[in-house]
Design a protein around this ligand. Structure first.
Ligand code: C5P
Length: 443
């Protein structure tokens, strides 16, 4: 098995230690020392949650917005409060939740005019037929509708309702009125509904709503928006591979996929379009990332090839080094008294080396991983040359380091220019720092 990243990378740690360099001339050495600095200016979204079964998706939307570095203030309608609690909204948004128009008259509270202006964007998700009708008619009979009428900021609505209600001429006329007034819309999706009907009316998925929000908040590409990988395509491999023996058995390894998935997420957070090719894992697909699920090393290679061209490729998967030469089409039977079957193994293709080989489709930056117990730097440098990678993320997994299966990890970034030693980091911090490093080199 290739070492991949997950077998060895720890889960908790703090990103406090300074950088150290074993070589002075590393590629693009000017990493900001203040890593806690937000990657984006904190623009605020006022999120209005109206009453509908899809209100639960607002919780995921808040999580995505916070991860994106956006501030979120929630306004919950009375009906919305039937589906989600102010407490969960407050916990996720880390801000006070507003729902009562008349509690805002107190001097110490924010007035509804101020609330509607303090945000950079108002988002209504889910937007029910009722709140859309109120918006179209200019009604202001509760906090949400009052704020929507008082605002001077862009408004985005994500409708969600029963298919008949959505297709009703009244709703469609209201939508046309709102569109004419410049209200942005994330169209509802088509599919089975909570009411057992089928058709358009399902709330768009949180990553789709996030994308629409980002389009309004950060229309210009590149560094100015804090998303320096906008317009880039990144290919990431993650997880183990399963090499079949027969229809029910396979050879596997213990990779969880967490590190590779965190890298895919971190690259997407910086604006990259990410294709994640992953083996069988239990971690969820990262939102906003195109995921190709595969099982064997050969399938992983095929999926990587078909994802090209890419600007960046990060190979964090723990690919099985060998596969069974002859897989059996039927289940291999245990024969009483007979010797156990012997398996002949043959080498798997080296995916990193194949994609990194010189050619028109070679990504501009190719990053591999190396876990070693002896001669870490020499082995990592040899791997760098042998596989034609640009960087190898190397770590020492000797038992005395406590890294194997431990909580912390310490990596070195090995490149042709030298070796950069990072402090012990949490898995997500490693991913974020690696993504930032990649962005610095490519921009
Ligand atoms: O040669 P070794 O397995 O130590 O190399 C590890 C690196 O190569 C990792 O980045 C891993 O994802 C990649 N690899 C690969 N295909 C293989 C074996 C390893 O992409 N068959």
């Amino acid at each position: 098995m290739g070492p991949g990243a997950d077998a060895v990378w720890g889960a908790i740690g703090s990103e406090t230690a300074p950088w150290s360099f074993a070589a002075s001339s590393i590629v693009a050495p000017n990493i900001p020392s203040d890593h806690k600095r937000p990657l984006m200016t904190e623009k605020r979204v006022l999120l209005i949650i109206a009453g509908g079964i899809a209100a639960y998706k607002a919780l995921e939307l808040i999580r995505l917005l916070r991860r994106q570095g956006r501030g979120v203030t929630c306004v919950l309608t009375d009906n919305g409060g039937q589906f989600v609690t102010p407490l969960s909204l407050q916990a996720l948004s880390e801000s006070k939740v507003y729902s009562d128009l008349f509690s805002l008259t107190d001097e110490s509270e924010m007035g509804h005019i101020q609330l509607s202006r303090a945000a950079d964007l108002l988002v209504v998700a889910p937007a029910t037929a009722n709140i859309l009708a109120k918006m179209a008619a200019g009604l202001a009979d509760d906090l949400a509708s009052t704020v929507l009428l008082a605002t001077d900021k862009p408004v985005l609505v994500a409708p969600a309702m029963n298919v008949r209600m959505w297709l009703h001429p009244a709703t469609q006329a209201n939508m046309a009125t709102l569109a004419q007034r410049g209200v942005h819309v994330v169209q509802p999706n088509e599919g089975p509904m909570a009411c057992n009907e089928f058709g358009p009316g399902r709330l768009a998925e949180p990553p789709e709503i996030l994308q629409a929000i980002e389009k309004i908040l950060a229309p210009a590409p590149g560094l100015l928006t804090g998303r320096p990988l906008t317009g880039r395509h990144a290919l990431v491999t993650s997880g183990p591979t399963h090499e079949p023996i027969d229809p029910v058995r396979y050879i596997a390894n213990r990779s969880s996929g967490r590190q590779g998935h965190a890298i895919a997420t971190a690259l997407a957070d910086l604006g990259a379009r990410v294709t994640l090719v992953c083996g069988p894992v239990t971690v969820p697909d990262p939102p906003g990332v195109t995921v190709r699920h595969i099982e064997s090393a050969q399938q992983m290679l095929d999926a990587c090839r078909s994802a090209l061209p890419a600007d960046i490729a990060v190979f964090a998967a723990a690919v099985a080094d060998w596969r069974v030469e002859q897989t059996s089409t039927g289940k291999i039977k245990k024969q009483p008294g007979a010797a156990p079957p012997s398996l002949t193994l043959v080498p798997n293709p080296d995916i990193l080396a194949t994609i990194a080989a010189a050619g028109p489709d070679r990504p501009r930056l190719v990053v591999g991983f190396a876990a070693e117990t002896d001669d870490l730097m020499e082995n990592a440098q040899a791997k760098l040359r042998r596989k034609n990678a640009d960087w190898i993320v190397a770590n020492d997994v000797s038992p005395e380091t406590g890294i194997m299966g431990g909580a912390e990890n310490a990596v070195h970034i090995v490149s042709a220019a030298g070796i950069e030693t990072w402090p012990r980091l949490a898995k997500d911090d490693v991913a974020r720092r690696l993504a930032r490093r990649i962005a610095e080199v490519l921009t």
